[in-house]
Design a protein around this ligand. Sequence first.
Ligand code: SAH
Ligand code: SF4
Length: 431
Amino acid sequence: MNVYDSSRMADVMKALGFEQTSDPQEADVIIFNTCHIREKASEKIFSELGRFKPLKKQRQAQGRDLILIVAGCVVQAESAEFMDRAKFVDIALGPQTYHRLPEMLRRLEHQRQQRLMDVDFPAIAKFDSLPSANAQGVSSFLAIQEGCDRFCSYCVVPYTRGAEYSRPMREILTEAQQLADSGTKDLMLLGQNVNAWHGEDDDGNPSDLSRLIEKVARIDGIERIRYVTSYPSDFTDDMIKMHRDIPKVMPYLHLPVQSGSDRILKKMNRRYTVTQYEDIVLKLREACPEIALSSDFIVGFPDENDCDFEQTMDLVKRVGFAQSYSFKFSPRPGTPAAAMKAQIPEEVKTKRLEALQSVLIEQHAQYNALFLGKEISVLLESKAKKEGVLLGHSPQMQNVTVKADESLLGQIVRVRITKTAATTLDGILQE
Ligand code: SAH
Ligand code: SF4
């Protein structure tokens, strides 16, 4: 979601006549986009800002300026305190107000000594007043839903992103068309709770995510569709059918389970049981046998004992994941779980995370090994560091490297897999 927001901020700046650069020395404005989900991510901004302090001072000494803008959930969560902590920042804004960047930059120009902050929640206005979207490359993100009403006890999202909001279908289809027109072939639909998306079609018929995707699939140029992140108990049979029936929907699903213990799921305020999760997986695999499953896990949630943790390990072994993300529980200020008794010592969290990740990595490697010798279709998306090698993704979202000419960038090609590891497949281009 943050990558998407950054690209939309780039769209806003472009409309003002700015050009994007990856070289800070060249920049007149630097925008930092921040994440508050875990403490580690959240603290990054302060060390990053420290790195740019000398550059700002140097610019000021030369009589020009470097405008530093911080956006995102850290600003939203820390509000006024953020400005006190980050003395060099000119503008700070939350994830719902970046459409107001032009106005804030204008105000700054008139009153150079001012520092500005905007952490409102005008969710609807944001999407209404953004300029047209430019493709982020051959693969692009498109936010269709924002915010969350689930209030999992560990999570900051409902506080930083605000209440759940579904963008209207027409607006989404227009943006998808703009992205297709500017070169997007692979579209990732985004939402904190993406399968809670709901809306109406042009005739006023109520629509859910499967209906929306059916419409997106009709856009010429869009060849591959994915969506992230799905909440297990909102995963309907219509979604399962969609995977079976719409070829453009890729056989990949990120369906975070978080824990394999019903006791912990309850404390997390996740509204499903392990059995319900596995039932969805079963039905999905029946409908779409080639589907790759991915999940998030949190270890060391308050009061998680060895038996709860073993249940997570068992679930992993039963389900078999192609990809995953796993984290130590990070107490976030203001969330119920941060105030729970029986917080787990850091060394126990570390041990559990290591144990879980070693099983998961092994599992990812085994999954990828199934592709050895197979011919698959790969969308070539970027150049690898190594000369003459291109990077792309398989339908199952595996990273694939292949020796190929640059002129093939942006094409879907056939590749025979010759080598596999836990995080990549290497292959040879097929004529
Ligand atoms: N909406 C998605 C998750 C969005 S946050 C869902 O419900 O699955 C992305 C991931 O960050 C979560 O799935 C969770 O695994 C992790 N996460 C969120 N808050 C966390 C915290 N306080 N500590 C550790 N991991 C956390
Ligand atoms: Fe956070 Fe996801 Fe739970 Fe919403 S559903 S509160 S985004 S973890």
